[in-house]
Design a protein around this ligand. Structure first.
Ligand code: C2E
Ligand code: MG
Ligand code: MG
Ligand code: MG
Length: 278
């Protein structure tokens, strides 16, 4: 193709590239405003205990409301991480998340935990720990009910530093989870270095259960790893009854995924939980 109309495709390419650059600059500008205008909010997805047969926690997942349309992290998260805007957007939500869980638990009469995703860049933006602890104290929620989910793929260089900061937060009472376990390339090293309470097995290993022999082997091995390291394993992305039954058979206790529920707006959570309990 490039031989027959090489010059043509070069022009198309540069136009496309400059459009792309213009669009990303626009997006970045718009996201800056979105942070100032507090256009971010959370959806909540249940985490289920197969032994107790009840929902034990909720993962908070960030959404962007732009002109009445809800946007998902795949449209804004990478730009916000690169520019470190995620730190402010996320910190701005801590108080309302903790307050929501506090009120929810009071209404339910039992204690669910909440999981919050923390991008590695957030650890290097100064008021992170302070705003986390400040929000916690303002809400009077117990630190033990807050789980910080970190991903393994990004903080390669400063693992020591991140690990020390996580250790301090763990001492304070927060739970620490390693998210998307198995999808990066240094998982076992993180398991060794980070002060973890939980592992979340990435959903790429669940999609083809129970047919894929290699996914069966991986899932079983990670469950065993969790036992040996004394960390809870939450299996992500469980979508079907068949996957759930199989996971239960091989000794999995905690699951999350569309089978239990898709992430939902705050207003729907209490009703959803009450319906599940009856
Ligand atoms: P994650 O932390 O691994 O969250 C799980 C993602 O998988 C969510 O996508 C969720 O909606 C989706 N999911 C859950 N169950 C299923 C299922 O059964 N099937 C399928 N196909 N997908 C399922 P979402 O909400 O689009 O978030 C994507 C990622 O963005 C998150 O992955 C997390 O890494 C990041 N993220 C979300 N909220 C925040 C935040 O507040 N701060 C930071 N730093 N990152 C966030
Ligand atoms: Mg997560
Ligand atoms: Mg995950
Ligand atoms: Mg993720």
């Amino acid at each position: 193709r490039s031989k027959t109309n090489g010059r043509g495709s070069y022009e198309i390419f540069t136009t496309a590239l400059s459009d792309f650059i213009k669009e990303s600059v626009k997006l970045e500008e718009r996201l800056k405003k979105a942070v100032e205008k507090h256009e971010f909010f959370m959806h909540y997805q249940p985490i289920y205990d197969l032994q107790k047969k009840e929902i034990i926690g909720l993962e908070a997942l960030m959404r962007w409301n732009y002109k009445g349309v809800t946007y998902f992290p795949d449209t804004f998260l990478s730009v916000m991480e690169e520019t470190k805007m995620i730190a402010e957007a996320s910190s701005n939500l801590f108080i309302s998340v903790f307050h929501f869980i506090k009120k929810l638990n009071e209404a339910l009469g039992r204690e669910l935990f909440v999981s919050i995703n923390i991008s590695p860049v957030q650890f290097s933006v100064a008021p992170f720990q302070e705003s986390l602890i400040h929000a916690l104290e303002a809400s009077t929620l117990r630190a033990q009910l807050v789980c910080l989910e970190v991903t393994e793929s990004l903080f390669l260089e400063n693992i020591e530093e991140v690990s020390q900061k996580l250790a301090a937060l763990k001492t304070y009472g927060f739970c620490i989870a390693l998210d998307d376990f198995g999808s990066g390339y240094s998982s076992l090293q993180y398991l060794k270095v980070l002060p973890l309470n939980k592992l979340k097995l990435d959903r790429i290993f669940v999609q083809d259960l129970p047919d894929s022999q290699s996914d069966i082997a991986i899932t079983q091995s990670v469950l065993a790893l969790g036992k040996n390291f004394n960390v809870n394993v939450i299996v992500e992305g469980v979508e079907t009854e068949e996957q759930c039954k199989f996971l239960e058979q091989i000794g999995c206790r905690y699951i999350q995924g569309y089978l239990i529920s898709k992430p939902m707006p705050e207003e729907n959570v209490l009703e959803f939980l009450r319906e599940k309990e009856h």
